[in-house]
Design a protein around this ligand. Structure first.
Ligand code: COA
Length: 372
């Protein structure tokens, strides 16, 4: 069966309304609740962006202080969830750990039947996703049950502290914070739409987020940052990268971290990630990874007119901060939880079951074969 070119993958179809985000809109680019992404990266913290998405306007300094204190208080996990995380096998992909973790948390702390605590649940998830991920990671990799209470005021600092067992440098904390801002929201992408479809049935927020994590996991979506890392670390030099990628293109392979369904000439998040990757490569005195990435970026533009998306340089950024590759897509979850939850709340404000129609292309009506 051939994909219908007009409706394949719902490309170009407007499937609903949102006040949360514009993606690639002429004259606007990427905005969250009316604020340009570059303005947010330069002037806001991830917690301020989370507050903006979940409450619709930026926090005052008092509100921000209280919000950060609240998120800090919500970091610990129920004992039952810690036990479940200890039981999840070591070789599980951490995206599956997060999927199970969120679903199980929904058993321990279910959302109110009339959704009156939806913002509390959203804040709880925002606060404790790094704890779920890194409790499991450190338990299985280092054999220790880490203390989930750190002194770090920010989610980025808390994440890096739990991962490495010490307070991060300000450069690393700020860099992770910036990638969290960049990943926070992106309109009706596949995982967000999944979450909205689940929400529209009047299901609970844990179900919507669990489904969204499942959608984000794939390499055509969030999984691309891990696939991009696997690509760039194969090559020893820009020259070998050029030869290797040319061969992949000849074989019609997809080059992960390139192309986009909505953007046509560039992804506005890429220039920020690329700049951070260069700064960290200089800090690490790395002569290879950034140069290889840049060579692939140039080649893809020249050969295919395809540009690097947010995931491509995010890969080297995370690698330079000592983050294992399999935690890259889970970091995306720790950020996108804000956008997903904001969409759950928005969907509920003016809900209608999402149930599109399909064009039938199967056989015409037949008689069931007779048993005699
Ligand atoms: N590498 C090589 N070729 C690519 C490509 C890539 N990353 N992305 C698109 N193309 C090519 C396709 O092969 C196709 O060529 P064809 O017309 O000769 O068959 C054409 O460009 C259109 O691609 P298609 O996959 O149909 O576009 P889409 O809108 O459905 O896909 C993506 C968008 C993001 C899924 C796609 O660009 C992709 O798979 N990228 C890699 C995964 C990735 O980085 N995902 C993260 C997105 S933020």
């Amino acid at each position: 069966m051939k994909t219908n070119k007009k409706t394949g993958g719902l490309a170009g179809i407007t499937a609903g309304e949102t006040e949360l985000c514009t993606v690639g809109k002429e004259g606007a680019g990427l905005t969250y609740c009316g604020y340009d992404i570059y303005d947010l990266v330069d002037n806001a913290s991830f917690e301020e962006v989370a507050y903006l998405l979940l409450r619709g306007s930026p926090p005052s300094s008092d509100e921000l202080m209280r919000y950060k204190e609240k998120l800090k208080r919500m970091r610990d996990l129920p004992g039952e969830l810690k036990k479940v995380l200890e039981m999840i096998p070591e070789n599980t992909h951490p995206m599956d750990v997060l999927r199970t973790g969120v679903s199980f948390l929904g058993n321990c702390e279910p959302e109110d039947k009339n959704f009156s605590d939806q913002k509390e649940v959203a804040d709880r998830l925002l606060s404790c996703l790094p704890s779920i991920l890194l409790y499991w990671h450190r338990y299985h990799k280092n054999g220790i049950k880490i203390d989930l209470a750190t002194d770090e005021d920010s989610i980025s600092g808390h994440f890096l502290h739990l991962l490495h067992g010490r307070s991060p440098s300000e450069l690393h904390r700020k860099t992770l914070d910036t990638t969290l801002i960049l990943y926070a929201e992106h309109e009706f992408n596949a995982s967000t739409f999944t979450g909205r479809v689940i929400t529209a049935t009047l299901s609970d927020i844990h179900s919507a987020i669990t489904g969204a994590i499942g959608a984000l996991r794939g390499s055509l979506h969030g999984g691309a940052n891990e696939a991009a890392m696997e690509l760039i670390e194969q090559f020893d030099s820009p020259e070998s990268a050029i030869d290797g990628v040319k061969l992949m293109l000849k074989n019609k392979d997809k080059i992960m971290g390139f192309g986009h369904r909505v953007y046509t000439t560039s992804d506005p998040r890429n220039s920020v990630n690329k700049k951070m990757s260069k700064i960290l490569s200089e800090e690490k005195n790395d002569k290879k990874l950034f140069a290889v990435s840049e060579a692939i970026e140039d080649l893809m533009w020249k050969e295919k007119g395809l540009f690097a998306n947010a995931d491509f340089f995010a890969a080297s950024v995370y690698h330079f901060m000592g983050i294992p590759t399999y935690l890259f897509t889970p970091i995306f979850v720790c950020s996108r939880i804000t956008g997903w939850s904001a969409h759950v709340i928005e969907q509920r404000k003016n809900n209608k079951l999402i149930r599109p129609a399909a064009e039938y292309v199967g056989p015409s009506l037949m008689k069931w074969p007779s048993k005699n």
